[in-house]
Design a binder for this molecule. Structure first.
Ligand code: AQP
Length: 334
């Protein structure tokens, strides 16, 4: 069975973009693939979050993933920092990726422009991400459009490692949805919807219906009054069309033909999003009534993940010429 891996940072409340761009596909893939999903808390450290917030966000992110339909009995769901192999293979990935390659990453450029202290971890983030993916012999990585460049770099890293040391790491492909791959902020439709921006144009997955309706009503559009899908010229209207299309499994162009007024488009988009998110919000309340159960399920997931991750790490270390201490030393001396 094909293996799928993807991750999400516990860097704040999950939003509509995370769901439509990635998590909805994660849920669907569970019926066809062996799926491994990870709350990437080590990645979140790149921006030095408050420790209590990081711990709480890791649990709520896992709770939200389960509420959205990730089934921990069928898939492997765990927190990145609890499987030490991720950080260890990451060093080998850092030694495989080029400084120039990392410098070209647009996410690094965007995020480093927004922060005063730029950690080395923010710069080498794609090497840790490559480690996350490559540890699991992953074939498919379902992500939003913003991660395309990182997954392409991950492929290059795997191929370079294999060329240096012989066939060791599986080379993965990305899976990016046709609709919903890049959901923009409702107030600043030039920027992608983001957890860490704390913008009034973000729709949280657990947001109540009144607030969702109000945010769509206030969504920024433009003054020419024509409903048309044209992201460059009409980012606000195109974002609404993209969201409604993704929520109703149509294309933005086809949705656009049904509307001549911005008001009706906003109302119908809000209603479609409310229908989509209401079941997630309800089951989230149930999951969060027992956070110890979430911790327990993450620990079981980490045990399952470690079995695959340690085999890949051993193979990578061995092929790269690192010494492996296995039981033979203890046996011959004991
Ligand atoms: N706006 C978006 N539209 C579509 N997909 C999106 N994703 C993120 N934002 C959008 C996808 O969600 C998955 C998890 O994202 P992440 O946690 O790895 O972080 P990110 O890509 O950096 O997204 P955020 O939400 O904006 O977080 P912060 O603010 O912490 O950087 C990924 O598959 C991503 O493509």
């Amino acid at each position: 069975m094909a293996r799928t891996f993807s991750g999400i940072q516990p860097s704040g409340g999950m939003h509509l973009g995370n769901y439509l761009g990635a998590v909805r596909n994660w849920v669907a893939l569970q019926d066809k693939h062996q799926c491994i999903y990870c709350v990437v808390d080590l990645h979140a450290l790149t921006t030095a979050p408050n420790p209590a917030d990081l711990r709480a966000n890791t649990l709520t992110t896992a709770g939200l993933l389960m509420s959205a339909g990730i089934r921990p009995n069928d898939s492997t769901l765990f927190a990145q920092s609890t499987v030490g192999e991720h950080a260890e293979l990451a060093w080998m990935m850092e030694c495989t990726v080029g400084f120039g390659e990392l410098r070209r990453m647009t996410q690094f450029k965007d995020k480093s422009d927004r922060t005063e202290f730029i950690s080395a971890g923010l710069f080498t983030y794609p090497a840790l991400q490559a480690s996350d993916i490559l540890l699991y012999d992953t074939e498919l990585v379902p992500v939003g459009e913003d991660q395309r460049q990182h997954i392409e770099l991950c492929r290059d890293i795997a191929e370079r490692f294999n060329n240096r040391y012989g066939e060791t790491l599986a080379v993965p492909s990305h899976m990016i949805p046709k609709a919903g791959a890049r959901i923009m902020d409702l107030q600043n439709p030039q920027d992608k919807m983001s957890k860490s921006l704390d913008s009034p144009g973000t729709i949280g997955l657990t947001e109540d219906n009144t607030s969702i309706a109000r945010k769509f009503k206030r969504a920024v559009t433009d003054s020419d009054g024509e409903v048309r899908y044209d992201p460059a010229a009409k980012p606000g209207v195109s974002n609404l069309l993209g969201i409604l299309a993704a929520a109703t499994n149509r294309t933005p162009e086809a949705v656009g033909e049904d509307y001549s007024q911005y008001g009706a488009l906003k109302t119908d988009t809000a209603d479609a999003v409310i229908d989509l998110l209401a079941p997630i919000r309800q089951s989230y309340a149930e999951f969060m009534s027992d956070p110890t159960e979430i911790t327990h399920l993450l620990a079981i997931g980490a045990d399952k993940a470690r079995v695959v991750a340690s085999a890949t790490l051993q193979r990578a270390k061995d092929n790269a010429g690192l010494i492996l201490h296995n039981n033979s030393y203890n046996n011959s001396n004991g």
